[in-house]
Design a protein around this ligand. Structure first.
Ligand code: ADP
Length: 267
């Protein structure tokens, strides 16, 4: 657009002198936008052919072709995996191109109940699922985006925790007036050296796992982006052999006390 984008830094130079360092980042921003658009376009273009493949696969009845049953099941599984990948890539692109958020109330009681149902369904009842709503407040932001971030954490907790384990979802107040949602599991835990890189796209602790886990490798990047848009932070505590806890920390400006607003009169 003809504009030049400068990145400015003011550095102390001596007692009474400052140094102003200007870096031209126009080209960098341009490349970054091209990368984003490219990923968004490719993902979008993959949607239609995938829908067609799905459609035809659904029409084939393995009972008519017993010799194809294994191949058909595998093709369905892989095309569903591809569809999840495309959807996650599109979600990430949408998040990246957004720079502001709705300031809507995010009611936590129904959200927590829905997360508990998702955990139970995904784990097919093989895990104990506990939910604690201790905060007595709600959040402000984008209900859909927060729901999808929290769902990703819950899905990971269920997926990586063997049957018989526990998934605990806690919403509580924090010192300083903020609030935090944490998802804790009794799964395998994550070695410390991997933790700083977990939110990178497609980063995985174990290279052999992704196919079985059903994840896309994009879940935690989505979480990080959603939290970033809410000026919130993700912290990860984990002990190998004991379990992991992923906590989303929200500042006081994102906290909305319950029952504090005027109650709307029924229409
Ligand atoms: P994926 O789709 O592979 O789960 P994510 O971005 O959600 O991608 O997670 C990145 C990696 O972090 C996972 O592949 C897994 O190795 C590790 N991970 C995430 N959550 C957990 C968890 N609750 N317990 C153990 N490992 C986890």
């Amino acid at each position: 657009d003809g504009r030049v984008h400068l990145h400015l830094r003011l550095l102390p130079y001596s007692e009474d002198l400052w140094l102003l360092v200007a870096r031209d980042v126009t080209q960098l921003l341009h490349l970054e936008r091209m990368r984003r658009d490219f990923v968004a376009n490719v993902s979008h273009e993959l949607r239609t052919p995938l829908t067609v493949v799905h459609g035809y696969l659904d029409m084939l009845d393995p009972e008519d072709h017993p010799e194809w049953a294994t191949a058909l099941a595998e093709m369905r599984r892989q095309s569903q995996r591809m569809a999840r990948l495309v959807e996650d890539l599109l979600t990430l692109s949408r998040l990246e191109s957004r720079d502001s958020l709705p300031e809507e109330p995010v009611e936590m009681a129904p959200l927590l109940a829905s997360l508990a149902r998702e955990a139970a369904a995904l784990g097919q009842g093989r895990h104990a699922v506990e939910v604690r709503d201790e905060a007595g407040c709600d959040l402000l932001g984008s209900p859909q985006d927060l729901h999808s971030a929290f769902s990703n954490l819950v899905a990971n907790a269920v997926r990586y925790t063997p049957a018989g384990g526990t998934v605990r979802i806690v919403f509580a107040r924090e010192d300083g007036g903020g609030a935090a949602l944490s998802v804790e599991d009794t799964g395998p835990g994550i070695p410390a050296e991997h933790i700083p890189r977990l939110t990178e796209r497609f980063y995985r602790v174990s290279a052999s796992r992704p196919r079985e886990s059903g994840g896309t490798g994009l879940g935690l990047s989505i979480v990080k982006h959603v939290l970033g848009l809410h000026q919130a932070r993700l912290s990860i505590d984990s002990r190998v052999g004991h379990g992991s806890r992923f906590t989303c920390h929200f500042g006081p400006e994102r906290v909305r006390m319950r029952h504090d607003g005027p109650v709307a009169a029924p229409a």
